[in-house]
Design a protein. Structure first.
Length: 305
């Protein structure tokens, strides 16, 4: 474990980072930011982000370096680094971001290599510990064929159906570890995104036992989510859901399909590899995290309280 600073509280960090020029980023700060040429956000987009809560983005007003933060999967208890435009002052911004998150009642901060990769020494210096290795797969050739559904009946997810909405949220939280739960707001935004298709699967008794989420862009498809109720796992329903998702993407015009999963999820990895998905190791990435109370990160599932 890395060395820890004191718990991130307003009492011990009266200026987010004592003795520095770092503070919470406001709309008035945006015009003086040191914008990177390859930044993720425009000045207008940053102004929109920091105009609404939670107010957790931070800036060094002397150097113009900044960190844009947001909620992870629209969850009030977890925040993530959306963009870190900083070099020598990056670690100080991470510390200040953690304080701002603690002040906003957020329990965990997350940084992903998917958006940006830095040296391992950087994460250690910022007290960010590795919590998840994500591996990426691709199915290079997709051919439409009748899926093998094993008695499942699939139907489109209707976000306006209260009953469906409650069922998919409950199934999602039963099927995935705490870090990967989707919030209700995440589902609403996701379901309305271009190219997204969410389908629920019912068994012969009419119970929702699985769901799939996919995104298609032109001839490329991505399998975003497969959830199968723990009560029916081991019956081949994961394979049926995967078959449905891949064939649906193929019918809509996808020629290849990508997905990602946790390295430790051996059951899913075995399923994908047996189906024909192959590793795309150059796209693998790691996720780091830090508790805002300064506690150990060993078991983040205990953060649910």
């Amino acid at each position: 474990m890395t060395d820890r600073r004191p718990p991130a509280t307003a009492e011990t960090n009266s200026g987010l980072h004592p003795g520095s020029d770092i503070g919470v980023l406001t709309p008035d700060d945006v015009r003086s930011l040191r914008m990177p040429w390859d930044g993720r956000f425009s000045e207008r987009e940053i102004r929109d982000i920091v105009s609404v809560g939670p107010h957790i983005s931070v800036v060094n007003r002397r150097t113009g370096e900044f960190l844009i933060g947001g909620l992870w999967r629209h969850r009030a208890e977890i925040a993530t680094v959306l963009e870190l435009a900083a070099t020598s002052g990056a670690i100080d911004l991470i510390h200040a971001f953690t304080v701002a998150c603690a002040n906003a009642g957020i329990q965990l901060v997350v940084a992903s290599e998917q958006a940006e990769r830095r040296k391992r020494e950087f994460y250690a210096g910022a007290a960010l510990d590795p919590i998840e290795d994500i591996i990426v797969y691709e199915l290079a050739k997709v051919r439409p064929a009748p899926p093998q559904l094993r008695g499942l009946t699939f139907e489109p997810f209707d976000p306006d159906s209260g009953n469906q909405f409650e069922q998919v949220i409950a199934l999602d939280h039963l099927s995935f570890p705490w870090l990967w739960w989707n919030s209700a707001d995440e589902f609403l935004e996701y379901s309305g995104a271009p190219g997204v298709q969410i389908d629920l699967a019912r068994n012969d008794a009419g119970d929702v036992v699985a769901y799939t989420g996919t995104t298609r862009f032109r001839t490329w498809g991505h399998l975003d989510r497969i959830a199968v109720s723990p009560a029916v796992q081991g019956q081949g329903l994961g394979k049926a859901a995967l078959d449905w998702a891949v064939m649906s993407l193929a019918k809509s015009g996808a020629k290849r399909v990508g997905l990602s999963t946790q390295a430790r999820n051996l059951r899913s990895r075995q399923l994908y590899e047996s189906y024909g998905f192959r590793r795309s190791a150059s796209h693998d990435y790691r996720i780091y995290a830090r508790r805002t109370d300064g506690g150990p990160i060993d078991d983040i599932t205990r953060m649910t309280g």
